[in-house]
Unconditional design. Sequence first.
Length: 398
Amino acid sequence: MIWYPYQQMKTMKTPYEITDAQGVYLHTRDKKLIDSVSSWWSVIHGYKHPVLTEAIKTQADRFSHVMLGGLTHEPVQKLARKLEEWLPGDLDYCFFSDSGSVAVEVALKMALQYYVNQGDLERTKVLSLTHAYHGDTFKAMEVGDDEDYHFILEAYGEKKNVIHIPTQIPALEEAFARYHRELNCFIVEPLLQGAGGMRMYDISFLQRARELCDRYGVLLIFDEVATGFGRTGNRFVADLVLPDILVLGKALTGGYMGHAVTVAGHKVYERFYGEEPQKALMHGPTFMGNALACSVALKSIELFEEGEYLSRIHRIEEITRREMAGLEHPEIRQVRMMGACVCVEVKEGAFLEGFQQFAYERGVFSRPFLNYMYAMVPYIITEEELVKVLGVMKEWFL
Ligand SMILES: *Cc1c(COP(=O)(O)O)cnc(C)c1O
């Protein structure tokens, strides 16, 4: 049987069974639902996009996968070249992997080894944010900060190598003043913290982080697994403040299949480059650079460029602000919006019980968690469809 994610299997309600999907719609046997979650924020072009489906079929007719150990191929070369040219600054060195969590592990390993490679074994600590979410593998859990996901780590006792700070400049300055000699990196979900509750913060925090990282030689890692490809209204937050390492996942393949990439800047790559075999990056997921994933990722980026996605996303934000204006209710703590993300935080999570079924009956798939009701829609959504999604969210409070 299937063991479902984040679920108490004994009390879990039966999941909706999807029989087909097209555009923004998920089809069940008797219903058509607008997917307001974009399958965990990844399906930015909608389902069954002819160009993306064709990319996979064409590649599958050649080969679906070969390993990157001693082999290479055109789809991975083309995608790496595209990312090199498309990503800001000198973020040019692409290490592929099969999921966001693994790509985060790779980034953290790079940052640690960046110092080990020059004989510095003191820089063992990572600075990260409170309410951070970076995935469910062990080091990713450790730099994460959400008891609801990762409370099992309590069994290990105190986290010795991770320091968590809130997204406030004084806390940032204090952490650097105190720990800068021990830090190898500062990892953040830039501007928008997703699974930790759709928390939004100001760019000035990241600008100050960049300055402090430069001053103390600490690597800045942006985990843009959730924020990348337009979600915040920026193509990448890395376009505004340049990190040393960038992690992309989720929407990388347009949500067609699991793939991710850890992209390093020149300074990082250099530290691994040389004659000594022991300075190499010792990592190699079996399915890294999968040919189907790379083919569909390349087409997904082309669609993003050709389809003027940033103006679409700005339109989504405009409509969202218009529709959500004035939403008030004694149970609402805050309504937050940024780019193509909107979150209604309520005071008690229990207040959202039953909302998923309520939305389902009205033709919308939603998946609130804890105190958060949110929408992160596919960018191809029409105004009418978006108004419907937001209308169902508002209706719950009437
Ligand atoms: C989803 C997510 C991850 C983990 O990605 P997986 O592909 O689920 O392993 C890491 N970081 C952030 C910010 C995410 O939103």
